[in-house]
Design a protein around this ligand. Sequence first.
Ligand code: ADP
Ligand code: MG
Length: 429
Amino acid sequence: MTLHAVPPEGYRILREGDLRDYLAGIPAAAAQLGGPPDGWSINEVGDGNLNLVFIVKGASDGLAVKQALPYVRLVGESWPLPLSRSHYEYLALTHQARLAPGLVPAVLHHDEQLALVAMELLEPHIIMRKGLVAGTIYPAFVDHITIFMARTLFFSSDLALPAAQKKEAIAAFAGNHALCKITEDLIFTDPYRVAEQNRWTSPWLDAAAAQFRDDLDLHVAISRLKLKFLSHAQALLHGDLHTGSIMVTARETRVIDPEFAFYGPMGFDIGAVIANLLMAYLASAGHESEPGARSAFEAWLLETIEQVWSEFARKFLQLWRTEAKGDAYPVSLFPGEAGAARLERERQAYVARLFQDTIGFTAAKIIRRILGLAHNIDFELIEDTRLRATCEARSLRLARKMMVDAASFTTIGAVTQAARAAREWQPEF
Ligand code: ADP
Ligand code: MG
């Protein structure tokens, strides 16, 4: 199989009419939709940055159809991007469906040539970020997201897989390097240097952006994280696990959009979740109708941040104790009671190192949303730019401390405490 960087023979960008004919020719899709194809409604929703997404509804059910474009949708044809990302998204979705059943949309059909995936229509689910901006509490989220992360990360690691299988799995995703490069540039490099695509809430954050470009302690810290992202093939990552890649109802959680999937450091996925919850918390002051109006929501967010880490760690450790079939830590090296006790201490030490990684990646994910190319609606929907900049400056202050002084955060409680302090801080501008 060849994965093309330029559109292959047979690739064409689908319009609504083409998609109708195409789906009518796919028995599984036609059956899922039901009724005559003429009666199907097709709408391109496309609030994403990269691809086309069509919502298709028939007489009995619906489908979401995602097609990759040979370029970045947000920017246009001047920024080419390989269609093969659809192949990796399909691989990741089916892999995650096996490891974390019910937590990703079910895939119905994949067309390699058209770079297209047809999947379960999530309805009435909404993008979690939108719910958080509105101040909505999601009581089931912690359990679901920690199952998703613990299981997808553990079962793709050397703790669970024999070495040969793990190396084959790395190879299966190694071609997704164009998507990795986006992360390497936009998260780990550009926010810390002059780059054309950077933007921030000007003029309020001009001084902060300049400081971040001059801060060599920060440049060392982000470079260490970048090296870890480049070199540490620890587990199969989702690769873009922010609250815009999670769809929710009060009871259900689905993780979508794993086109950035590759083998990398686990803390990158966990940090993405925590970073986006921290930003929802620090943006919340910009969305309240009066002071204190969202205090129950904010308290829930802080509790959720603590539980995302603690529940992840608990579930991950439990999998390690019961499902460790990989080549790492051979049990024959840890015999008897003393061996078992030593191995348990080592598991705790591993998780403590993972926590340090998570702190750093959390900080990196916050900074890129404030000083880099891609911003988020948590902040962007705060119309008063001075208030928006205040929320962003608080987030930058917290993130800088987490990045250069990660070791001072030994518990997740220290993170939420620092977040509370950041929320009370008044920047001078
Ligand atoms: P991109 O990779 O271009 O960012 P996404 O996979 O994030 O695309 O999808 C873009 C949007 O399409 C999502 O924000 C969501 O609103 C909608 N969407 C994607 N997948 C589904 C689905 N399975 N069911 C319902 N809506 C979906
Ligand atoms: Mg995407």
